[in-house]
Design a protein around this ligand. Sequence first.
Ligand code: ATP
Ligand code: MG
Length: 292
Amino acid sequence: MNTAVATDTIDTSFIPRDPVKDSAQEAFNKLTETVGTPTVENAKMRSRGVNVFYGEKQAIFDVDLDIGNNEVVAMIGPSGCGKSTFLRCLNRMNDTIPSCRVTGDLSLDGEDLYGADLDPVLLRARVGMVFQKPNPFAKSIYDNVAYGPRIHGLSSNRAELDDIVVDSLRKAGLYDEVKDRLDAPGTSLSGGQQQRLCIARSIAVSPEVILMDEPCSALDPIATARIEELIDELRQNYAIAIVTHSMQQAARVSQRTAYFHLGKLVEVNATNDVFTNPQHELTENYITGRFG
Ligand SMILES: Nc1ncnc2c1ncn2[C@@H]1O[C@H](COP(=O)(O)OP(=O)(O)OP(=O)(O)O)[C@@H](O)[C@H]1O
Ligand SMILES: [Mg+2]
């Protein structure tokens, strides 16, 4: 039975038009350049003219964005606007998606991320990633953290490896809670502890940049506050990019905020300015909750 409805024959003129959406769509269509300051002087990571395609479909359009040393850049925007896609460009995680193609220039300390002599495995140690859902390996707490240092040969004996594991767990603010059960499975920890374990695991290989894709979305407010404190501490040593759906979180943890919309980077500015004085109508609509 064919139940398809020919939508072009349905009269929709009785549905009132939403003037906010109409004007926002117009503002989006007109958008040719990011509003604000996407670049910084002490950039750790640079992106210039980055486009990302999944097959024929373009998901990111001509994005320029720097992530500076010792700063947290928050990436916000409606679901499907390309935040995760863009974040994954920064450590070449998109390489693992067969249909995905990235063009444009991306660099880490001036070194081309897509250069012929750059090893993506080493890059992912330099640019660590923490995902939305904590994903500890089916190994002990100790072995989760020791995994990267072992693969990359960062220690020459057990005592050195112990030091790296303890130090990483301390930096992730988890050591005191797990020091008596390092042999217990990582999966036996609570969600918030597992997320800190995953942060310890990424810190253990001494990364230079940490990418976080909604790291707190599965956590309660107490665990979230702990991770946010940690992000602020980590900023002293790393460059950090965090994707979040929580505008309060972006406001609390980041120094700069980037607003994405349908694959375009609409606005980047100091976080305080974005939230108190957004320059673009689309940003304003989003942060005031008019859509997204
Ligand atoms: N593996 C994939 N294959 C094909 N299309 C994809 C893939 N991953 C993402 N996309 C598409 O790319 C666009 C951006 O998706 P992305 O996951 O980057 O958005 P997002 O801003 O992270 O959304 P959310 O807030 O829901 O996590 C969407 O249209 C999505 O459908
Ligand atoms: Mg996402």
